[in-house]
Design a protein around this ligand. Structure first.
Ligand SMILES: [Zn+2]
Length: 242
């Protein structure tokens, strides 16, 4: 299946926390969208790889995206090397997205920055036809996405552009809450973490409000682009009210 937009997250829940609203908006616009989780999040203090798998599936019922895959890389130990790049290249050639979204270039969790470099490098290499990959025994065509955008997750980073997610903001929070072992849940007898305090979910909402304020809407998500974004006409800015 060809996708229009594919979001990579190193841990299941990274995409929900940072760019699920934008993906939901694009899905409503008729685009095909998907998520690839690089690891099972097996090093998380709360829950297990199995509970995270179930939670990711529960979240997908709310998000309604076309694809969610897990590449089963090692949580905490993934590297930007040939073996890891080839796995991402195979996924990019399989789904042929025009736009990919990946982790923040630097963040509280060091896996996030590493994952961003890995996905960005693989996105370039995926366009080189002499790098051979296969899918179910078939040699894959080279494919390079047109844009790679970093989403903004935990640490505040200045976005290059923001996307209005107001119509889906509540549904985004519901999807995040699918990760029952990770976030605030008074019924669970597990160690408290940075993520499991009630303040953490509040901070996700405040961040969306702050991004929204910058463009005069209620909720938004911010992105960073290393590539300059061009427009053919000012119509792109004024025909829809942003
Ligand atoms: Zn993460």
């Amino acid at each position: 299946m060809k996708l229009d937009i594919l979001a990579f997250g190193v841990h299941p829940d990274d995409v929900e926390l940072s760019c699920a609203g934008t993906l939901m908006i694009e899905k409503l616009n008729g685009k095909k969208v998907g998520i690839i989780d690089l690891t099972k999040g097996e090093l998380g203090t709360r829950g297990t790889a199995e509970t995270r798998k179930q939670e990711a599936a529960d979240s997908m019922k709310i998000l309604g995206f076309d694809v969610r895959e897990n590449l089963s890389m090692a949580d905490g130990f993934l590297k930007n090397d040939e073996a890891h790049q080839l796995k991402i290249i195979a996924a990019l050639r399989k789904y042929q997205p025009e736009i990919i979204l990946c982790n923040a270039p630097e963040d509280r969790h060091p896996d996030h920055g590493r994952s961003s470099s890995l996905v960005e490098d693989a996105a370039f290499l995926s366009g080189l036809r002499k790098i051979e990959t296969t899918d179910s025994g078939e040699v894959q065509e080279a494919w390079r996405p047109k844009y790679v955008f970093n989403y903004i997750q935990d640490r505040y980073l200045q976005p290059d552009f923001v996307v209005d997610i107001t119509p889906v903001a509540e549904r985004k929070i519901e999807a995040i809450k699918s990760f029952k072992t990770q976030f605030f849940n008074p019924e669970l007898n597990e160690p408290q973490t940075y993520l499991s305090s009630p303040d953490f979910l509040d901070s996700v909402i405040y961040r969306s409000k702050m991004m929204g304020k910058m463009i005069g809407v209620k909720y938004a998500e911010g992105f960073i682009s290393k590539k300059m974004i061009g427009i053919k006409s000012f119509d792109a800015l004024i025909k829809e009210n942003t």
